[in-house]
Design a protein around this ligand. Structure first.
Ligand code: 13P
Length: 252
């Protein structure tokens, strides 16, 4: 069983100063935790400060996005070369980027290839809309999205997949542990189809969407859920630490 992972996606929150403060608090409470991997994903402008704040501890750092080219005329973008040395992980294909910045599976696929080739570990996000679930097509949607996002990938070392149903993000309405388990099991079957059973069982599959200290225990107890991608609750040091500690106790 892989080491569980709890990642905090801070989204477009925290100034540089606030980010350093939050990271410092979390280093104090979680810096020695090794049985669960802890990853903080602050905004780009705070990556260096957060990396400094957790340096020498077990806590890792991730970016929330990146471009698929190393450099060039892409105003406002950040490349993998710029992230190397600042962070180990990068969230790719988050539903907010798909929705607000028109990121398609094809674009996400280029980013996944680039991250893996660059030595950054992608946290690839997939998930269905409420309308998809209401129509009973959540499995078909996630299958198509995951396959397209991973097309041509043959060496997935370091890859993490986060199942994030869009209807559960920021709504306080998390998927039930049964719903989350069913979809994470689907993700793992798809990974096994592409990379083989052994490789698939070594990759982390996370659940994301209104994860809190109150629901993480049941979620993390599911056989195919190797941790969580946490939004809102990751901005609160006490709540995030609680989520990590509960995961430690569930998956010792
Ligand atoms: P919330 O935990 O705020 O629902 O956000 C989930 C998310 O989008 C993490 O990437």
């Amino acid at each position: 069983m892989p080491t569980p992972l709890i990642a905090g996606n801070w989204k477009m929150n925290t100034t540089v100063q606030e980010a350093a403060l939050l990271a410092g608090h979390l280093r104090g409470s979680l810096g020695g935790v090794t049985s669960v991997e802890v990853v903080l994903c602050p905004p780009f402008v705070s990556l260096a400060e957060v990396a400094r704040a957790v340096q020498g501890s077990a806590i890792k750092v991730g970016a929330q996005n990146m471009h698929h080219e190393d450099k060039g005329a892409f105003t406002g973008e950040v490349s993998p070369l710029m992230l190397l040395g600042l962070c180990q992980y990068v969230i790719l294909g988050h539903s907010e980027r798909r929705r607000d910045f028109a990121e398609t599976d094809a674009v996400v696929n280029r980013k996944v290839h680039k991250a893996l080739a660059s030595g950054l570990r992608p946290i690839l996000c997939v998930g269905e809309l409420l309308a998809d679930r209401q129509a009973g097509r959540e499995e078909a949607v996630v299958t198509a999205s995951l396959k397209a996002s991973l097309e041509g990938v043959t060496s997935p070392d370091g890859l993490v997949v986060a199942y994030e149903p869009v209807w559960a993000i920021g709504t306080g309405l998390a998927a039930t542990p049964q719903q989350a388990q069913a979809m994470c099991a689907l993700v793992r079957r798809l990974l096994a189809g592409q990379f083989g059973r052994e490789q698939a069982s070594a990759l982390r599959v996370l659940y994301g969407g209104s994860v809190t200290p109150a629901n993480i225990q049941e979620l993390a107890s599911q056989p195919d859920i190797d941790g969580g991608l946490v939004g809102g609750a990751s901005l609160n040091a006490a709540q995030f630490a609680d989520i990590v500690r509960t995961t430690v106790s569930v998956r010792p």
